[in-house]
Design a protein around this ligand. Structure first.
Ligand code: SF4
Length: 364
């Protein structure tokens, strides 16, 4: 079948497979990423997206990133956000401040927060249990999308619990889903060169698999455009695809480019073309992850909207607050009307959603 399409249209074998709706191999994904034109990648990714999302809807969520602490002992060279333990700019947010931020999010029509922070050696599991219980008591329908897999690993170590026990207790206290942060590139050769004291690629995958097994959903992420090769990016996606084949627990994939400002690693940011190429290949390769999210926070609103033609079907969050990317000097904002306008300009229908990608209706 594929060969017939290929002969008839003069396509490369891998492009013919994509058009025929067949799964491509990691080697084929590397070939696409390295050799295919940007426009051809966009057309193929757009076709794949249209097959999965037939109604022209692009979703977004109203939520807020809350960073409960910036104290961290993982020492990632790509991070401009953290302060090492004992630093006078280190903080742990008072719970009243977190509650105030959540109340502001409700006023804007959202009921989810993405709660993440550093690996603070002073915060053990009882801190998180108390925090989650109190937040759920005050805001009963709050959706807590909280704690990256490396934070869960950190909590299990400082609390002397197993990962499974840690997840179980956090869930009982109110954790609803796990954000995909901390994945960066899951290939350990790359991780070892980027960070001193953080979960391995396999540990990241195991936490998500454990979370999926106990009924929690999570997202998958990739931070690229630093020291990794294109083959490393595809290897990262292969690991995600294999886990998703086993559990089906990822709701979305979110890729963004490393922001070098104020970081120890430094260097140049990946180009817009590289961002779009990578997102297009992600849409094609990750055939079992239904949603691909734009990163307008790193790319700006215009490239974020343009990515909708490269396989992306979700504009992410209104991100009422963001502290990690902005610490690297990259500051982009989009409120709900701006997201809605960008989606319509790109020829799609905007729709609010929740973390599970259930549709909540048209914008007000
Ligand atoms: S990326 Fe996260 S784990 Fe790494 S230093 Fe920054 S806050 Fe810590």
């Amino acid at each position: 079948m594929t060969e017939r399409i290929e002969r008839r249209r003069g396509l490369s074998p891998v492009s013919a497979k994509v058009l025929a709706g067949e799964r491509i191999t990691p080697d084929e994904a590397v070939t696409l990423l390295e050799t295919e034109s940007l426009s051809a990648l966009g057309m193929m990714a757009d076709l794949v997206r249209r097959r999965m999302h037939t109604d022209g809807i692009v979703t977004y969520i109203i939520d807020r990133n809350v960073n409960y602490t910036n104290v961290c002992n993982a020492f990632c060279t790509f991070c401009a956000f953290y302060r090492q333990p004992g630093h006078d700019e280190g903080y742990v947010l008072p719970i009243e401040d977190i509650e105030k931020k959540i109340a502001e999010t409700y006023e804007l029509g959202g009921n989810q927060i993405l709660l993440q922070g550093g690996h603070n050696p002073k915060l053990k599991i009882d801190y998180y249990e108390d925090l989650f219980r109190r937040l759920k008591q005050r805001f009963p329908d709050l959706w807590l999308h909280a704690l990256s897999a490396p934070e869960v690993i950190h909590i299990h170590k400082v609390s002397r619990l197993t990962v499974a026990e840690t997840l179980k207790r956090l869930r009982a206290a109110g954790l609803d889903s796990l954000p995909g942060g901390g994945a960066e590139i899951l290939v350990d050769d790359v991780r070892k060169r980027l960070m001193k004291n953080k979960a391995s690629g396999q540990e990241w995958l195991d936490v998500h698999e454990d979370a999926h097994r106990v009924g929690m959903r999570s997202t998958a992420t990739m931070m690229f455009g630093h020291i990794e090769s294109r083959a490393d990016r595809v290897e990262h996606m292969r690991m995600l695809r294999e886990l998703q084949d086993r559990t089906g627990g990822f709701t979305a994939f979110i890729g963004w480019t490393f922001q070098p400002g104020n970081t120890e690693l430094g260097g140049q940011e990946a180009t817009t073309a590289e961002y779009l190429r990578t997102m297009a290949v992600a849409r094609i390769f990750l055939d079992n992850i239904r949603n691909i999210q734009a990163s307008w926070v790193t790319q700006g609103s215009k490239v974020g909207a343009a990515s909708l033609a490269f396989g992306v079907n979700d504009m992410g969050s209104t991100m009422i607050e963001e502290n990690v990317v902005s610490a690297a000097g990259t500051v982009n904002h989009m409120n709900e009307p701006e997201i809605v306008a960008a989606v319509r300009d790109a020829g799609f229908i905007p729709m609010r959603r929740n973390m599970l990608y259930e549709r909540l209706g048209a914008p007000n």
